[in-house]
Design a protein. Structure first.
Length: 312
């Protein structure tokens, strides 16, 4: 069972300089995420460079994640395959490996129409009893999952949530007005997180959390406590960094931020290449400027809840 609330890092995959999985660095980052209080882990997303990973490597990442998590928070695997057959094979294998849910993208490469997309999601839902979150990102993946399509998916009880990445904030209210709390909604666009939480989303599938987990969790906790001004102070500081999440090179940008924050490595897998020249300097300028003015967070007790707030 997954609650689909809170901060879910779309965790990056760490590589060595000779293009092997760096499981030591990967697990180190996972431990820091958990110490910061994240509520779940999402493996194999776009930020995780899943399209470059072999089946064996995905299995290694699942195993490594489960070792660190120890059942304390759910581990969710991304399904982003080119065919329904491949998707079902990955679902079956991953379920046997111990993951607790799936984030499912529409078919890759082929631009499926509405009926084909719905059929794809239904087939996956029928193949597993594990909970599913639909990833709705027409900007990057060119397929919009409309409200009517969610209406068709509503009958499948294990389709429980949506990663809302349409970048249309009104879609949050439209979903809630039509479906109530039938589908949990998680923000999937870092620089829209504050606004999305204010509109009532249940969680945040975050990218910059990989480099700044405490600040990400602090914003979520404060928003849920109704402490909007305190959350906004952190969010405004965080915003230039959060915008790194919506660039085509988000993987390189966020990995560079992880290095600057001491939480990762810069290695990426080809065809991606490390940043160089003016682009690298421009991104580093954003990161270093933010680090220089990074707020200090202190833990405060508010009733039974431990939240974060700015003290300087």
């Amino acid at each position: 069972m997954i609650d689909w609330k809170g901060v879910y890092p779309a965790i990056t995959t760490k590589f060595t300089s000779d293009d092997k999985l760096d499981l030591q660095a990967f697990q180190s980052n996972l431990r820091i995420q958990m110490e910061a209080g994240v509520h779940g882990i999402i493996l194999g997303g776009s930020l995780g460079e899943a399209s470059t990973l072999t089946h064996c490597e995905k299995q290694q990442l699942i195993k490594s994640t489960l070792e660190v998590v120890e059942g304390k928070i759910p581990v969710v695997l991304t399904i982003a395959e080119q065919s329904t057959k491949e998707a079902l094979e990955v679902v079956n294998s991953a379920q046997a490996s111990g993951v607790e849910g799936f984030m499912v993208l529409p078919p890759m490469r082929y631009k499926a129409d509405d009926s084909e997309t719905v059929a794809f999601f239904k087939k996956i839902a029928e193949s597993t009893d594990l909970p599913i979150m639909i990833y709705n990102n027409p900007v990057d993946y060119k397929i919009l999952v409309t409200l009517d399509m969610f209406g068709e998916l509503e009958e499948h009880k294990n389709i429980e949530a949506v990663k809302e990445s349409t970048r249309d904030l009104s879609n949050i209210t439209k979903m809630i007005n039509r479906f109530g709390d039938r589908f949990k909604i998680l923000c999937g666009v870092d620089p829209l997180a504050y606004e999305s939480l204010a509109l009532g989303v249940d969680g945040w599938v975050a990218g910059l959390v990989c480099a700044f987990p405490h600040e990400t969790v602090a914003i979520y906790d404060l928003m849920k406590e109704g402490r909007f001004e305190e959350a906004l102070k952190i969010y405004r500081w965080f915003f230039p960094l959060l915008e790194l999440d919506i660039h085509p090179k988000l993987v390189q940008y966020i990995k560079l931020a992880e290095v600057a924050a001491g939480l990762g490595t810069e290695n990426v897998r080809a065809p991606r290449l490390p940043l160089v020249g003016e682009e690298r300097e421009r991104v580093l300028e954003v990161i270093h400027k933010s680090l220089a003015s990074r707020p200090t967070l202190a833990s405060l007790k508010q009733g039974a809840n431990l939240v974060q707030t700015v003290i300087s």
